[in-house]
Design a protein around this ligand. Structure first.
Ligand code: ZN
Length: 86
């Protein structure tokens, strides 16, 4: 993350806001999120919970059928992996 590109910085600022929002929701659900990893083909990232391995995905420019923040980690509470119930 050490971009000196101005455009990139602007994107990161907005993206950063999304990430913060997403991580806040995850935390509220009781998750302990690991470091955000970048998505390969688009501007976005995902993070996984250390405890239950649920994920959150953040997409900067979601498609019409997508949302900016998605994933089980924002939808479901954290629970230990040995009693996952789907
Ligand atoms: Zn969790």
């Amino acid at each position: 993350m050490g971009s000196s590109n101005k455009k990139g910085k602007q994107i990161m600022t907005f993206f950063d806001k999304l990430v913060k929002e997403a991580l806040k929701s995850c935390k509220w659900r009781g998750h302990k999120m690991l470091a955000l990893e970048p998505l390969l083909n688009r501007i976005g990232g995902f993070a996984r919970c250390k405890k239950c391995e649920k994920e959150v995905m953040i997409i900067l420019k979601p498609l019409p059928n997508e949302i900016e923040i998605s994933g089980e980690a924002v939808a479901l509470n954290c629970e230990r992996k040995n009693h996952v119930n789907t």
